[in-house]
Design a protein around this ligand. Structure first.
Ligand SMILES: Nc1ncnc2c1ncn2[C@@H]1O[C@H](COP(=O)(O)O)[C@@H](OP(=O)(O)O)[C@H]1O
Length: 386
């Protein structure tokens, strides 16, 4: 990120109306990333056959529930549980069953290991390790159904399950939604490489190279948390806390902005890795028809939003299969960050995403686009019959 704006980061945060929410949310997402990194490391060292699905005791399941419990507990401690309403991906029913005792134990241990580090992240942990019932309570508290009024948090504890199990990109996404509008977005991207070129490679190459040539810059090698609050006109990125370091706000945060490329021929579009999550052939045709000439950048999870916000790509297109219902926690944090970094997010009809209709993006016109304001010819692609 050359030529970044130099702003008074501390001042910006202190003067905004979501200061406390932002402060707590960024620290909580930092902790969630720390938790996920540990689980992903243990996962990578095992054979991949052990982590096939999300329906067993696999590490991804442990990470999902543990992040949800940790973030829910931290938000409740900071704002009072009576003031915190959360919609999140994981429900607590299967974790509470008798045959899930082993999984529950793993989740409780993971949550306690993470919360024990809270002071390092500038948050208060529990006086005593949490018991299983407290962990279940924290997960179960994330049972809001969202809607058009009031304030709630939307959390995707581990977005991009496949990226996570493959040792690749995944994200922790936390947004604050107020009266149906996403007002605060925090996106943790534990494997986001600081060098743009690495995004084109599977993350395992990054791991191999890092082992061969250990990074000289301790904090900006990989992993970041991006954040923005609505109306600020600013989006920020701070590195993940490494080793046993302490998070000292603003933790070397720097502003991010969408790319300034205006010519579609020079622009890169990104899309999901999985063909089943978005039609690659349709986006290829559409990209060509609007003058995009470069190869697509395929990245797992909401890290695609981070890629656009940081200016590492110019367009994000996702065409889900007909009938697939997008959830608000898969987009809300990314939308705030992109919009404040100077981009635009819309559906195929050019409409802004609507976070006021419960957990689904109801009324969504099929695709999701995120583009630069300059490339706005892409906002209204032709109708498609997929
Ligand atoms: N059939 C489908 N079509 C579109 N999106 C889907 C899908 N099934 C799952 N998804 C969503 O797409 C996310 C992965 O995004 P991407 O494909 O861009 O990497 C999934 O996150 P999880 O894997 O965390 O459930 C899920 O939210």
């Amino acid at each position: 990120m050359e030529g970044v704006r130099k702003l008074d980061i501390v001042g910006s945060v202190e003067s905004n109306e979501y200061s406390k929410e932002l402060d707590v949310a960024v620290r909580a997402v930092q902790m969630a990333c720390f938790l996920c990194q540990k689980v992903q490391e243990s996962l990578i060292s095992k054979s991949s056959s052990q982590v096939q699905s999300k329906d067993d005791n696999s590490p991804v399941t442990v990470a999902d529930w543990s992040v949800q419990a940790t973030v829910s507990w931290l938000l409740s401690q900071s704002f009072g549980s009576e003031n915190v309403s959360i919609v999140a991906e994981e429900d607590v029913v299967s974790l509470s069953k008798a045959d899930a005792a082993g999984l529950l134990k793993a989740v409780v241990n993971t949550v306690n290991d993470c919360l024990a580090e809270a002071p390092r992240f500038g948050l208060q942990g529990p006086a005593m390790a949490l018991g299983a019932s407290e962990v279940i309570e924290a997960i179960g508290r994330c049972n809001s159904s969202g809607g058009p009024t009031g304030r709630f948090w939307a959390l995707d504890p581990v977005d991009g399950t496949l990226g996570f199990v493959r040792g690749d990109q995944y994200a922790v996404a936390l947004a604050l939604i107020e009266n149906g509008e996403a007002v605060l977005g925090v996106l943790g991207c534990p494997n986001y490489p600081m060098r743009k070129e690495w995004l084109s490679y599977q993350h395992r190459y990054h791991r191999i190279i890092s082992k061969l040539t250990p990074p000289t810059s301790e904090s900006w090698d990989k992993g970041c948390v991006m954040y923005a609050w609505k109306g600020s006109g600013e989006a920020w990125m701070q590195p993940l806390i490494q080793g046993d370091k302490k998070l000292v706000w603003p933790n070397s945060a720097r502003p991010v902005q969408v790319s300034s490329i205006e010519n579609p021929a020079l622009a890169t579009f990104c899309e999901p890795v999985e063909k089943s999550n978005s039609s690659h052939s349709f986006t290829a045709g559409l990209a060509h028809s609007v003058g995009l000439r470069k190869q697509p950048l395929r990245v797992y999870s909401m890290v695609k939003y981070a890629t656009i916000a940081r200016g590492d790509a110019e367009v994000f297109m996702k065409f889900a299969r007909a009938g697939y219902k997008e959830k608000i926690w898969d987009h809300a944090a990314g939308v705030v960050i992109i919009e404040e970094a100077g981009g635009v997010v819309s559906d195929a009809g050019g409409r802004r995403l609507d976070f006021s209709k419960g957990i689904y993006l109801e009324g969504l016109d099929r695709a999701i686009y995120s583009v630069l304001a300059e490339l706005n010819t892409l906002h209204r692609p032709p109708p498609h019959g997929k």
